[in-house]
Design a protein around this ligand. Structure first.
Ligand SMILES: Nc1ncnc2c1ncn2[C@@H]1O[C@H](COP(=O)(O)OP(=O)(O)O)[C@@H](O)[C@H]1O
Ligand SMILES: [Mg+2]
Length: 431
């Protein structure tokens, strides 16, 4: 088959399959069967190998059969999660079927984690090609950011999408090698995620950069980030922790978000919608992580941090697991945003309740300590961590406001954010 085959030209025997490629090796396939049922097969020749991980901790290599819903939701979680954006993408690729599987035939070659989902007609090319770097100018990147803001997918020359990433916000995924920007395509993965400010929140990109940097300065493990200007477009840039440069080539590292790991419907990502809550996430970490004690503490640190910045969007899909060989770890934090930069604490509901409480203002030290058992952390450690973050965060956020990308922006948001965090932390010290 040719590379430019349209959906109508699919061969009937293979149109219901997506092949699983793991760093250039074909390791299995997902089949769409009747009535939207799905089957996953890791090929016998590789199931005993340890160099690749299962797609999900809930879709293990050794299983005789895998749960069809788990496969279906796992796939759905690879696509953006804003319905109008998905509608636009379907229109652009001529996909009328609403199943995520069908859209992934067009955008599955660069996704979150290590796998590439490849349809039959592309398989030979993806397996054989070497990594090639096509440079991108700042003008081209600016135009892609504008395209993403209009929900238009970034396509390759033969009409496929270059990447798919979850989340509701506009984003562009690019490769950055040796300080230059390149196009991701086929075997060449994206290595950075670029996000323009969220519409309606002026300088939200700066807020995300300040918050991600503050998390790192507080000793939390968070993705590396920066602010970059591409002609008239500015963007928050996050360095992908699921890509590493090794022996002169890029390697994809596996990750899945908490809904994927639990086999849950990704559209219900908030606890208030019936999605995973903090106790459930902590149980998952305790049961599956290679160093459960450390990862339950890291997750608890993130919950405290999100309370102190009023990060009301820290839902189950803004936490992921990193899967490397048979190791499972809580992934670095991403998508940290302080609503304190834009509103009052009394307006903020937490995405995950603490001791049954969603309203940020209603949570007290007593709630945190009562919740320690369900987070599988020691209450004394939690009390110390709470006190540490409350006392250190105001200075740390103030430090992030002095970073050149922020201080040179002439934005009024950083000053507001710094003041609001200081006031909120002081008020939290004696609740
Ligand atoms: N630095 C990163 N490294 C690897 N994956 C990331 C990184 N940042 C985000 N992601 C992935 O991209 C998805 C979308 O990013 P996110 O910042 O959460 O966007 P949104 O603001 O739209 O929710 C995340 O759910 C996660 O899977
Ligand atoms: Mg997100």
């Amino acid at each position: 088959m040719t590379q430019s085959a349209s959906p109508q030209e699919y061969h009937p025997r293979t149109e219901n399959k997506l092949f699983l490629v793991y760093n250039s090796v074909l390791i299995g396939e997902i089949t769409r069967k009747k009535n939207n049922k799905y089957a996953l097969r890791y090929y016998d020749s590789v199931t005993g190998e340890t160099w690749f991980t299962a797609l999900s901790i809930g879709l293990p290599k050794g299983a005789v059969r895998h749960d069809s819903d788990h496969i279906r939701w796992w796939l759905a979680a690879l696509l953006p999660d804003r319905p109008p954006l998905l509608m636009r993408w379907r229109k652009e690729f001529g996909v009328t079927d609403l199943e995520p599987f069908e859209l992934l035939k067009w955008v599955g070659e660069d996704i979150a984690g290590a796998f590439q989902l490849v349809r039959d007609e592309r398989l030979d090319t993806v397996l054989k090609e070497t990594q090639s770097l096509t440079p991108l100018s700042h003008a081209e990147i600016a135009s892609r950011l504008a395209q993403a803001k209009a929900d238009i997918p970034i396509k390759t020359s033969n009409g496929r999408g270059r990447f798919s990433l979850p989340g509701a916000q506009a984003k562009v995924a690019l490769n950055r090698t040796a300080g230059e920007w390149f196009d991701p395509e086929g075997r060449t993965p994206s290595t950075h995620i670029l996000k323009p400010a969220v519409p309606g929140y002026i300088d939200q990109d700066l807020c995300e950069f300040m918050t991600m940097t503050a998390a790192q300065l507080m000793g939390l493990v968070a993705a590396e980030s920066a602010i970059r200007q591409f002609e008239e477009e500015r963007a928050f840039v996050s360095k992908r922790y699921d890509r590493i440069y090794d022996s002169e080539a890029w390697i994809r590292v596996h990750q899945e978000d908490i809904c994927q790991a639990m086999g849950r419907d990704p559209y219900f990502k908030y606890e208030s919608q019936g999605g995973p809550g903090a106790a459930g996430v902590a149980r998952l970490l305790r049961d599956h992580c290679s160093d459960p004690e450390t990862d339950c503490q890291r997750f608890t640190q993130a919950l405290i941090f999100n309370w102190l910045i009023c990060g009301g969007d820290a839902h189950s899909r803004n936490y992921s697991l990193l899967l490397v060989r048979d190791e499972v770890r809580l992934a670095p934090l991403y998508d940290l945003n302080g609503q304190l930069a834009f509103g009052r604490p009394s307006e903020v509901d937490l995405a995950m309740s603490i001791n049954g409480k969603f309203e940020a203002v209603s949570v007290t030290t007593r709630d945190w300590l009562a919740f320690a058992d369900r987070l599988f952390v020691d209450a004394e450690w939690l009390a110390e961590e709470l006190a540490r973050q409350i006392s250190v965060l105001p200075d740390v956020i103030a430090t992030t406001a002095t970073l050149p990308a922020v201080s040179e922006s002439s934005s009024s948001m950083p000053g507001r954010y710094v003041d609001a965090v200081a006031e909120w932390c002081i008020s939290r010290a004696d609740v």
